[in-house]
Design a binder for this molecule. Structure first.
Ligand SMILES: CC(C)(COP(=O)(O)OP(=O)(O)OC[C@H]1O[C@@H](n2cnc3c(N)ncnc32)[C@H](O)[C@@H]1OP(=O)(O)O)[C@@H](O)C(=O)NCCC(=O)NCCS
Length: 210
């Protein structure tokens, strides 16, 4: 049962990370699912996705919840019935959740060279401080920026949001493990505190709306 990591950010915010080493059957036997999520599980095409989904239920258990405490709205955004904020992510053999009294979003991404090829789809302002010639650092920073933008999207869920045009991440260094970001869309302007860390060759990012 590899709970990989718990981050107690403050007294009302926990980040939990699971390393998925269990089989589908092991995970399935250890969690409860409501009817809707049982149907969803059965319609998932890949076993990796199913294991990610089930491992999130293991993380919920760790935090004192189960699947019946959770519901999804029509956009797919998860909510806890007790009014706390939750955000969920899974990627390959990791999954993570954040539960908080503050509006929070989380994302975990594998660091991959191919992110360079899609950089101009989600980066604009940040090109001012990125240094493409330092290729390893460039990949790591792009992965942080992507995770920040996904996390903010998960918080705001804004229609018509463009990662490139509407979300800006301010300059940061990898060893700082934190930074700031802004969302400007139509008449909405919000700022966010962001945190990131690397786990193996994955990047975990979480963001809080101020
Ligand atoms: C929905 C989205 C945020 C999911 O992110 P992802 O990296 O594909 O996958 P993750 O594993 O990190 O996150 C999946 C989880 O996000 C949550 N989620 C799904 N839709 C969501 C939404 N609208 N708002 C908040 N959270 C959402 C769910 O909990 C989901 O997991 P679950 O269904 O198993 O519980 C993403 O697919 C998306 O639509 N992003 C924005 C679109 C965009 O503009 N992208 C490209 C810009 S260049």
């Amino acid at each position: 049962m590899p709970l990989y990591k718990t981050i107690n950010y403050n007294s009302s915010t926990q980040i939990l990370v699971w390393e998925i080493t269990e089989t589908f059957e092991d995970l399935f036997d250890q969690v409860v699912l409501n009817d809707i999520n049982m149907i969803r599980l059965n319609t998932m095409k890949s076993e990796l996705h199913q294991r990610g989904f089930l491992s999130v239920r293991k993380l919920l258990q760790q935090a004192g919840y189960n699947d019946f405490d959770l519901y999804y709205d029509e956009s797919g955004k998860p909510h806890l019935k007790d009014g706390k904020f939750i955000s969920i992510t899974h990627s390959f053999h990791f999954s993570a959740i954040i539960i908080s009294d503050q509006k929070a979003g989380i994302d975990i991404e594998m660091q991959r060279e191919k992110i360079i090829r899609i950089a101009d789809k989600f980066v604009d302002y940040e090109f001012h401080f990125l240094k493409p010639e330092k290729i390893q650092e460039y990949i790591r920073k792009l992965t942080v920026i992507w995770g920040v933008k996904e996390s903010i999207f998960k918080i705001r869920n804004e229609k018509g949001i463009s990662f490139k045009d509407h979300i800006k991440v301010t300059t940061f260094e990898m060893n700082e493990n934190q930074g700031r970001a802004w969302l400007h869309i139509d008449n909405v302007a919000k700022d966010f505190n962001i945190y990131f860390e690397e786990i193996e060759n994955f990047t975990l990012v979480y963001a809080f709306e101020n």
